[in-house]
Design a protein around this ligand. Structure first.
Ligand code: DX5
Ligand code: ZN
Length: 218
């Protein structure tokens, strides 16, 4: 388990000034920039496409962590990689062939991640570990910021942490949804080392971002 890193989700940023918001979270100590891509089909919300990723890329040199909540997914990977994604994560539930999707991501020369919804068991990763740079455990149902943390996902984090360590692989274990200063402590002790936080990062406006990120890091 690596030192805790924080990935603010820009879903909770002010979209009217996205460039400035990204500069502000970068300066406030964000490790990764988490970008939530939603299609109104795989999840009941619509957010950001590759052109927006491309437009904000110059505002930070931090890792662009692109979380695709879209179906189909393979068709759009090239565009997100070209737009500046450093890691691309797809949902195992988006199918139909998640192993192929990971190969498509890696063929673009970017890192590959897989995400699991709260109801999806960790066993779905059994034949994927060797392909992965990142595993994203959803601790809310994907679609919206500001939802409450689902605590059954702590068990899933513990199981995946054990597996990563026993295989001796270098995989980020990321958690996304309802992460605040309290739940951050729980997910870190369950094995997460990369914490997505939308509302907990952006609450209170730019002058609070550094304090908010520090509180999450614990
Ligand atoms: C939810 C997104 C999350 C979301 C997290 O579908 O994947 O990244 O923005 O928001 P908070 O931290 O407010 O739960
Ligand atoms: Zn996300």
């Amino acid at each position: 388990q690596k030192p805790t890193r924080i990935a603010p989700s820009i879903l909770s940023a002010d979209f009217a000034k996205l460039g400035e918001e990204i500069k502000a979270i970068d300066a406030a100590g964000a490790d990764y920039i988490h970008i939530d891509v939603m299609d109104g089909h795989f999840v009941p919300n619509i957010t950001i496409g590759p052109d927006v990723v491309k437009a904000i890329k110059p505002y930070s040199k931090k890792v662009f962590d692109v979380h695709l909540m879209i179906q189909p997914v393979d068709l759009y990977i090239e565009a997100f990689a070209a737009a500046g994604a450093d890691i691309i994560t797809a949902h195992v539930e988006a199918g139909p062939h998640i192993h192929r999707t990971l190969q498509v991501i890696k063929a673009q020369g970017v890192k590959a991640g897989v995400s699991l919804n709260p109801s999806t068991p960790e066993s779905t990763l059994d034949y994927l570990y060797e392909e992965l740079d990142l595993i994203l455990v959803m601790s809310v149902n994907p679609g919206f910021g500001g939802q409450s943390f689902i605590s059954s996902q702590l068990r899933k984090l513990e199981a995946i942490r054990k597996r990563i360590d026993s295989l001796g692989l270098d995989i980020d274990l990321e958690v996304d949804g309802g992460v605040n200063a309290e739940t951050a402590r729980q997910v870190v002790s369950a094995g997460a080392d990369l914490l997505v936080a939308g509302s907990a990062t952006f609450k209170g406006g730019p002058e609070k971002y550094a304090e908010n990120i520090k509180a999450l890091r614990g």
